[in-house]
Structure formats: structure tokens, C-alpha cells
Ligand binder design. Structure first.
Ligand code: GDP
Length: 193
């Protein structure tokens, strides 16, 4: 898809702030520092619309990016950062539940993982959480450029197995460095918008 227009519309902390025009939404979830902002920026050809390396301690928000006046990418705050306080973690949980439980315009979720590493307990929990809401999920295994070609198939299988991915869900090897997987990512997204 050729992105001609991408803008952040709102950083929301609660439901009443979500956009109300009813456009379809594609959410993105993943561990802090996994490469989620880089993924968004690569897809929309912007260097820095989605903030990269967002540090914890900053306000955790759901960031709604309107793309071509057609749909939203909803960047949900990263998880799994050890130094987050219990109170912050609880706030994060409430915000996630509120969004995933109630959002009728949410079509699918892209769960970003690091292809180099076995998915963590947090990744597994996130995947299970999304399946609990019966959402279709595409796992985007990013940082593909960091894994030698000969080892890629093994790493992909490990990700699938550890997450116990449903047969209906898709896994996509991806790199924000080389743009491998970019066309396939758009192909998947187009089915849902
Ligand atoms: P976020 O916290 O999930 O939004 O993660 P960022 O997008 O800020 O990425 C975290 C770090 O990983 C940054 O230093 C990025 O440059 C790097 N990074 C992200 N994606 C890739 C990738 O596909 N390949 C490589 N080599 N580095 C990446």
C-alpha cells in the first residue's frame, strides 16, 4: 500500500478518548524494545512517526495513527519491562482489557516478537490474552536480518511452537532494516481493512 497520509490522532488512556468515526483498526502489541515502532515506521515509510525506544516511566498510552484516512494502526504500550512498578502494571492491564474487550472496530492484532529469541512468558501470555478475545493474530517475528539464513526456519518454528500458535494464525519473518516481509505485512493487513 502506498501511504500518502499518516498522522497521530490521539494518545489515549481511556475509552472516551478513542476515535469515534468507526474506521477499522489494526493493533500492534509487543515487548518493550522489540522493534514495534520501527515496524510501524517501516510500513508507512516514515523515519520517526511512531516513537522508537519508548522508555518506561513515560505515560503509557494507546497511540492511534490514522493511515490514508482509511484505517488506524493502534500502538498499544509495550510490556515486559522489569522495572515497571506494580501500580503501573495494573494500569497497563486495565487499559489493555478496556481496549481489547470493547473495541468493535478492532479487526486483527500484529504481535511483534524478536526472531532471535524464544518468545518470553510475557509474549505467551499476550498471545493467549488475544486468543481469549478470539482475535485473529499475525505474529511478526522481527529483526530477521540478525539471524543467518540457514537458521531462520528453525527460529520460526520455535516461535510458533512456544506460542502454541493456532493453525489459523500467520507468522511473518520481518526486518525493519532490510524491509523483508513488508509487502507480505501489507498483504495481510489489506484483508482486514
Ligand atoms: P519498540 O520499543 O518496540 O518500539 O522498539 P524500537 O522500534 O524502538 O526498536 C528497538 C531497537 O531495536 C532500536 O535500536 C531499533 O533500531 C532496533 N530494531 C528494531 N527493528 C529492527 C530490525 O528489524 N533489525 C535490527 N537489526 N534492529 C532493529
Amino acid at each position: 500500500m502506498k501511504v500518502t497520509d499518516a498522522e497521530i490522532v490521539i494518545s489515549a488512556v481511556s475509552q472516551k478518548q478513542y476515535p469515534s468515526e468507526g474506521l477499522p483498526e489494526i493493533a500492534l502489541a509487543g515487548r518493550s524494545n522489540v522493534g514495534k515502532s520501527s515496524f510501524i515506521n517501516k510500513l508507512i515509510n516514515r523515519k520517526n512517526l511512531a516513537r522508537t525506544s519508548s522508555k518506561p516511566g513515560k505515560t503509557q498510552t494507546l497511540n492511534f495513527y490514522k493511515i490514508n484516512n482509511m484505517f488506524y494502526f493502534v500502538d498499544v504500550p509495550g510490556y515486559g519491562y522489569a522495572k515497571v512498578s506494580k501500580k503501573e502494571r495494573e494500569k497497563w492491564g486495565t487499559m489493555m482489557e478496556e481496549y481489547f474487550q470493547t473495541r468493535d472496530t478492532l479487526r486483527t492484532v500484529l504481535l511483534i516478537t524478536d526472531i532471535r529469541h524464544e518468545p518470553t512468558r510475557d509474549d505467551i501470555q499476550m498471545y493467549e490474552f488475544l486468543k481469549h478475545y478470539e482475535l485473529p493474530v499475525m505474529v511478526v517475528a522481527t529483526k530477521l536480518d540478525k539471524v543467518p539464513k540457514s537458521k531462520r526456519a528453525k527460529h520460526i518454528k520455535r516461535t510458533k511452537d512456544t506460542l502454541q500458535m493456532s493453525k489459523d494464525d500467520v507468522i511473518l519473518p520481518f526486518s525493519s532494516e532490510t524491509a523483508e516481509g513488508k509487502d507480505e505485512a501489507w498483504g495481510y493487513i489489506k484483508q482486514y481493512i
